[in-house]
Design a protein around this ligand. Structure first.
Ligand SMILES: C[S@@+](CC[C@H](N)C(=O)[O-])C[C@H]1O[C@@H](n2cnc3c(N)ncnc32)[C@H](O)[C@@H]1O
Length: 257
């Protein structure tokens, strides 16, 4: 164990601007910190749905003055795991992007395979794969998009711990763990996996150094840290929801009305 103290930017008061229902909620502080630390020029998300993960990446880019662009690719029709949904989801995502992240976010309303032609090989700094979660689908997404990732770029996979229905990301990610040198996995929530594509220059970087170290104790500390960070964010959100309004409790002595 290196015993280094890790104090990421999400600790300095990250307040997600987008809060919608999604199992991605457990990974928001990590998403924010990862973007801050790798300072991506190009982010691509495969599977944005109502935008929880995508807008966490975007918020970090904006608040940390990162000069890059972010693309969300989705047919915005749903799949067999989300079920089909109507166009109101896309419209809501579009409005949120326009209101908060105009000028550097792009929504590609199409199938992943159609979007491939819009990206050069070795160009993506951060790729997030979160489409259909069957083994075959995630394998196809990774195989098609891996060449588009820059050497040294990061690929994230959601749901690497979800062993439900016909989800197979966990199985495919286990195979990738055997094939890649720089691999890391969060176990909390539905799990989030990360792979660093070999190559590229890597400056010393506290977060990546811990994630891709071979030191299990450091890695477990990082897992604990982000499990607590996501619980803390959720607790803060609950407190806000139930906080009495300014005027409440101010009439009468001792807060009694
Ligand atoms: C699990 S959801 C994404 C969740 C999202 N990242 C979040 O933060 O909550 C998966 C999305 O991928 C989309 N999708 C699945 N397969 C697709 C494909 N081949 N092409 C385009 N979109 C696809 C679905 O429409 C759905 O909106």
């Amino acid at each position: 164990m290196t015993g280094q103290i890790y104090l990421p930017p999400s600790l300095r008061g990250f307040e997600p601007k987008r809060m919608v229902f999604s199992t991605w909620v457990d990974h928001l502080p990590f998403a924010y910190d990862l973007v801050e630390t790798i300072r991506p020029k190009l982010v691509v998300e495969l599977g944005a749905y109502n935008g929880l993960s995508f807008f966490a990446f975007c918020q970090s880019m904006l608040e940390n003055n990162i000069d890059g662009v972010a693309y969300a690719v989705d047919c915005w029709e749903g799949d067999k795991h989300t079920d089909a949904y109507d166009d109101s989801i896309y419209k809501d995502v579009q409005n949120h992007a326009r209101e908060h992240y105009r000028g550097f976010t792009y929504l590609l309303k199409m199938f992943f395979n159609e979007a491939l032609q819009h990206f050069d090989d070795d160009s993506i700094d951060l790729l997030h794969i979160d489409g259909l979660h069957t083994y075959d689908a995630v394998k196809e997404d990774f195989t098609n998009w891996y060449p588009k990732v820059k050497p040294g770029g990061i690929i994230l996979f959601h749901d690497v711990m979800a062993k439900i229905k016909d989800f197979g990301v966990w199985k495919y990610f286990e195979e990738l763990e055997g094939q890649h040198d720089e691999v890391f996995k969060f176990y909390h929530g539905f799990g989030l996996g990360a792979i660093r594509k070999p190559g590229g220059d890597r400056e010393p970087n506290q977060l990546l150094d811990i994630m891709f170290s071979k030191d299990e104790e450091d890695q477990n500390d990082l897992r604990k840290f982000y499990t607590h960070a996501s619980h803390f964010l959720e607790a803060k959100r609950q407190v806000k929801r139930f906080k009495p309004k300014e005027t409440e409790g101010k009439q009468g002595g001792q807060g009694k009305s």
